[in-house]
Structures are given as structure tokens and as C-alpha cells.
Design a protein around this ligand. Structure first.
Ligand code: PEP
Ligand code: MG
Length: 590
């Protein structure tokens, strides 16, 4: 919501969905909707040859993409296959040493232009030549040149993070939409925060923002139409407010608040070495959620006693081809060794829904309703080779420290049994190869994130070594509210009695089966909910590293007996507003 009209440099205030706490202040860097943002810069002389190589790698990647498309044409009706085949062959020829390629290399070398700008300039020149011919065949060739050029530019910008890299250090990224894969490319040392037109509170983009500790506000309609690159922008990720071109007084207020938050943060950092123990002496395990292996340092610094959720799908993003078994093993080994004997819970691939990985393009098909489609474990079980290589990599990593295997989006006992068979088969194969995989089969647990899984928790407990409750999806599927859709963000509420009953039901089933249960959805990282989750019987919480100190502080002040009594009272309520009040009152008392 905008509260004032836009005129040059006038202060504008917008309210959106605050998804990652903190305050960022910096120049806006607006990413254009739909169009290619083509960076343009002059190269230092000594970088010229490296730039030619970067261009050649992009050509090769584009070639691989077109060859893959070419193979796919065989499944099409013959006439279409032939037409498309001609077109793709023409594109392949252009990539293999055409006037376009020669011209671009010349521009990089002679004008010291970056590859993207050189491609753009070369296309313009070729197109000018064609335009004079006024011939429909030539017009089609002109489009071919444009298409090929665009493909190579996309390959260059995607693979090299040019969009974010082009932003001056400390910028606030403003975009129509930022995908989870985009977020994975952001380096918090370079980017101050971000704001978007679209996105909801528990989407993966929001989760990534919290993990990277990047203040973010999502779901501000038309933001990109109003903000311009270079405008000063304040992102208040706590309240969800954006201030564009703040006046002097407002800017100072936000600067003061930012300093206060930093001081608070430093105080919390002192809790790192202390144990998470309630006032009545119950020991609680606080673990970290990781999306990217590079976050391990943050996890250790936060005092996490293990990794409660590694979202491996991020290893498959922002690359042309999926990582093979060896590469996955290496990444996991470094992580497991880095945790020095503390448990690492590795969740198998959870792609689909809003989490897309173009390296899996060949394997993934469009779904009518992606959130209900071939997502997560359903996808893995349909891709035996891909899944087998991930399981093998995990089993090999298990030789280096304690790991647990976690399965996403389980809804049936049969799915868990199928995975157990794959694990047994892969272990036999690795043994035959003489690979060290340790003596024990790692514990295999399931995510409780589909209402049906919660309701069948007793049956699932019979085939599982542990449960991890994914409250993000559990809330989404229980209430039928897309977690990443800003239009229904106001209805998304994990305190809905239906969601709480499913958590309670799962906790009781785990207790009866004597298996551990953790919560690793975003609820676990919000200190407002800590007393309730512990009161419902959960003793392990896994969250983004940034949230861990505040949750630890909350654990240390609360009384588990009193929390259990309050949870019982809450479970008798029918209205989420009343539940919220009871919880807030309890939190204020402690
Ligand atoms: C969840 O659904 O709560 C969860 C932890 O998994 P993800 O957010 O990766 O879907
Ligand atoms: Mg989930």
C-alpha cells in the first residue's frame, strides 16, 4: 500500500509483508521486469582474454541447451519436429562460429567490452543490415540472431550473478519477483536487503532471506514501477514497511533503530556458548536449518548443536547440470566434518512447487498444480538414477560423522518403505565397490508436512526413526493457502487450531513410538511460539541460524511445566485470535 503520490525524490511509504527482520538502508537497484538487464562495462586490459573465455563457456552452455531441445523434438509430431529441427540446427550453427560469434569476440578484444554488451551491440549491427533488405525470410533470420543472442546473454547473466553483482555494494535489490534460486546467489556482504512486488511470508525466498540475514519486504504491488535505481530506500523487514527517499528525520530514525538492533544482536551473540535449558531444567536441542553449505559458519557461530535440516535442493540450483554423486559427496563430507561430530540431518531433494532448479529441467515436467504435483519424494522416487546418486552420496558422507536422512513430503508408509529399499540397495552397491560407508544404516526420518501424514502419524512412526514437522507446508496444505502468495498472506496462520492439532497429534504419536520429533518449519525460529511447541511435547527445534540466539534466550526463561499447562489450555480453543491472546499473555508473564 502506497500512502503518497510519487514525484521526484519525495518520500514514499509502502507496506508489504516483512519476511526477514532487521533494517537495511541503501541505494535501490531495480531489476527490470521481464526484460534482460544487460550490464555494460569496460574491461581492464588484463581481463580481456578471461572475458572471451567466459563468452565461450556461455556459448557451450547454450549449445548443450539447444542439443537437449533438439533431442526432445523427436517426441513431437513429425511435421513440427522437422520445422523445429531446422530452426534449432540454424541456432546451433550460429553458436559454432558465425559472424555473430566472431563479431562479439572482436568487440571484447578490440573495444574491451564485457560479453553481454558486446553481444547486444553485435546483434544491433547485424539486425540493422537485415532490416534494409525487406524480405520475410530475412526477417525470420533476424529473429534467429536475436534469439541466439538472448540465450547466450541469459546464460552469462544467470551463471555469473551479473544482476546482483552489477549493483553497487550495499544496494537494496528491488524486483518484481525474486526466486529462491536467485536468493541463493545473493551475498549478504554485497547486498543490504531486498524488496519485491510478489511473494508471501513463508515462501522459500522469505526463508532464504532470514537465513542470509537480509532484511526483506515482499508483496508490494507495483513497487518496481515506482522505485528507480539510485533512490535511497529503507527496508524495515520487521514491520514490513519500505520508505523510498526518506526525509532527513525519518532517515535518522531508521539509522538509530538499525544501531539499536545491532547492539541487541551483539548481546544475543553472548548466549552462543550457554546451553538451551528451561528454567525448570529441561534440556532442549536447538539446531540450524541450512540452505547453502556456506551457511555452516553462521550455524556454528549461532551455537547450533547440529543441523536439523539441510535443504539439498539448493545444491541443484543456479547451474546447468545437476551435481553428480562425487560432487554431492564432497559437499556433504565438508559439511559433516565441519560440524565436528554433531548430527547433520540431510533432507533429500525437495524440488517442485515454487522450488525449481533448471539443472533438473529435463527431469521436471509442468504440473497443473505444482504444490500438489510431482514434488519432493514423489519426484525422487520417479527418478531412480538421480535419487540413487543422492542416497549414495549421503551414505558415503555418513562415514565422516553422524548423519540422519530426512524425507520431504511423505504421505504414505509405502513411500518410506520404497526409500528404505533404495538405501539398502545403494549400501550393497557401495560395499561391493569397497567404499567406506560406516557400519550403521543412518536413521531415516520423515517430514510431517502434509495433513494426511500427521493424521497417519502412528502408522508412519512404525517405519520412521524420527519425525520433523514442517510447519510451513503443514500450514499451507491444512488451510489451503499458498505460502508464497502475497494475496492470501493475511490468512496464513500456523496458530489455526487445525494446524496445532496436527502438530499435537504427531507429537503424541512420536512419544508413543518413542521416536524423536523436531519442528523445523519457520514456527521453530519464532520465540513467540517456543513455549507452545515445547508445551506440545517437542524437544528439538531447528531454525535459521539468525533466529537461534533469540529462541535460546526464550527457552532459558520459560518453565516447561507452565508451558505444558498453557498448551493444554490453548488446545481447548476454537479460535486462532483467542489462541494468540493466550500465548501472548503467557509470553508476557515469563
Ligand atoms: C516446511 O515445510 O516447514 C519445511 C521445513 O520445508 P520447506 O520450507 O523446505 O518446504
Ligand atoms: Mg516443506
Amino acid at each position: 500500500m502506497r500512502t503518497r503520490a510519487n514525484t521526484d525524490c519525495q518520500q514514499l511509504i509502502f507496506d508489504g509483508v516483512g519476511v526477514a527482520a532487521g533494517i537495511a538502508i541503501g541505494p535501490a537497484h531495480v531489476m527490470e521486469r521481464g526484460s534482460l538487464n544487460i550490464p555494460e562495462y569496460k574491461l581492464p586490459r588484463k581481463q580481456v582474454e578471461a572475458e572471451v573465455e567466459r563468452f565461450q563457456s556461455a556459448l557451450q552452455r547454450s549449445q548443450t541447451q539447444i542439443e537437449t531441445l533438439r533431442r526432445k523434438t523427436s517426441a513431437l509430431p513429425p511435421a513440427v519436429a522437422e520445422e523445429l529441427g531446422f530452426l534449432l540446427d540454424a541456432h546451433l550453427q550460429m553458436l559454432a562460429g558465425s559472424r555473430l560469434v566472431r563479431g562479439v569476440e572482436q568487440r571484447i578484444r578490440e573495444n574491451r567490452r564485457n560479453a553481454e554488451a558486446a553481444i547486444q551491440a553485435e546483434i544491433s549491427e547485424i539486425v540493422r543490415g537485415f532490416a534494409e533488405l525487406e524480405d520475410s525470410y530475412m526477417a525470420a533470420r533476424m529473429q534467429d540472431v536475436r534469439d541466439v543472442g538472448t540465450r547466450v546473454i541469459r546464460s552469462l547473466t544467470k551463471s555469473n550473478l551479473q544482476e546482483f553483482k552489477m549493483a553497487p555494494k550495499g544496494s537494496v535489490i528491488v524486483a518484481a519477483e525474486i526466486t529462491p534460486a536467485d536468493t541463493a546467489l545473493m551475498d549478504p556482504r554485497d547486498v543490504a536487503g531486498f524488496a519485491t512486488d510478489m511473494g508471501g511470508v513463508e515462501g522459500h525466498t522469505a526463508i532464504m532471506a532470514r537465513s542470509l540475514e537480509l532484511p526483506a519486504v515482499l508483496g508490494v504491488p507495483d513497487l518496481t514501477a515506482v522505485v528507480r535505481t539510485g533512490d535511497v530506500i529503507v527496508v524495515d523487514g520487521t514491520s514490513g514497511r519500505l520508505v523510498v527517499n526518506p526525509d532527513r528525520v525519518t532517515l535518522q530514525e531508521y539509522r538509530n533503530r538499525r544501531s539499536r538492533l545491532l547492539r541487541q544482536r551483539r548481546r544475543l551473540d553472548r548466549l552462543r556458548g550457554v546451553t538451551a535449558i528451561t528454567a525448570d531444567d529441561a534440556r532442549i536441542a536447538l539446531h540450524a536449518n541450512l540452505e547453502l553449505p556456506r551457511e555452516i559458519d553462521l550455524a556454528i557461530a549461532s551455537g547450533a548443536e547440529g543441523i536439523g535440516l539441510l535443504r539439498t535442493e539448493f545444491l541443484f540450483m543456479n547451474r546447468e547440470t545437476p551435481p553428480d554423486e562425487d560432487e554431492q559427496y564432497e559437499t556433504l563430507r565438508v559439511l559433516v566434518e565441519g560440524m565436528k561430530g554433531q548430527p547433520v540431518t540431510i533432507r533429500t531433494l525437495d524440488v517442485g512447487g515454487e522450488k525449481l532448479a533448471y539443472s533438473l529441467g529435463d527431469h521436471m515436467t509442468d504440473a497443473v498444480n505444482p504444490a500438489l504435483g510431482l514434488r519432493a519424494i514423489r519426484f525422487s522416487l520417479r527418478q531412480p538414477k538421480l535419487f540413487g546418486s543422492q542416497i549414495s552420496a549421503i551414505l558415503r558422507a555418513a562415514a565422516h560423522g553422524p548423519i540422519r536422512i530426512l524425507l520431504p513430503m511423505i504421505s504414505t508408509v509405502a513411500e518410506v518403505e520404497s526409500v528404505r529399499e533404495v538405501v539398502a540397495r545403494m549400501r550393497r552397491r557401495l560395499r561391493r565397490r569397497g567404499t567406506n560407508i560406516g557400519s550403521e544404516v543412518p536413521p531415516i526420518g520423515v517430514m510431517i508436512e502434509v495433513p494426511g501424514a500427521a493424521l497417519a502419524a502412528d502408522a508412519l512412526a512404525g517405519v520412521s526413526d524420527f519425525f520433523a514437522v514442517g510447519t510451513n507446508d503443514l500450514t499451507m496444505y491444512t488451510l489451503a493457502i499458498d505460502r508464497s502468495d502475497e494475496q492470501v498472506a493475511h490468512l496464513y496462520n500456523p496458530l489455526h487450531p487445525a494446524v496445532l492439532r496436527l502438530i499435537q497429534f504427531s507429537a503424541q504419536a512420536a512419544l508413543r513410538a518413542r521416536i524423536p520429533i523436531s519442528v523445523c518449519g519457520e514456527m521453530a525460529g519464532d520465540p513467540r511460539y517456543t513455549a507452545l511447541l515445547l508445551g506440545l511435547g517437542v524437544r528439538e527445534l531447528s531454525m535459521s541460524s539468525a533466529s537461534l540466539p533469540r529462541v535460546k534466550q526464550r527457552v532459558r526463561t520459560l518453565d516447561l511445566m507452565a508451558s505444558t499447562r498453557r498448551a493444554e489450555m490453548i488446545m481447548d480453543q476454537a479460535d486462532s485470535g483467542r489462541i494468540e491472546t493466550l500465548l501472548d499473555e503467557f509470553n508476557a508473564l515469563e
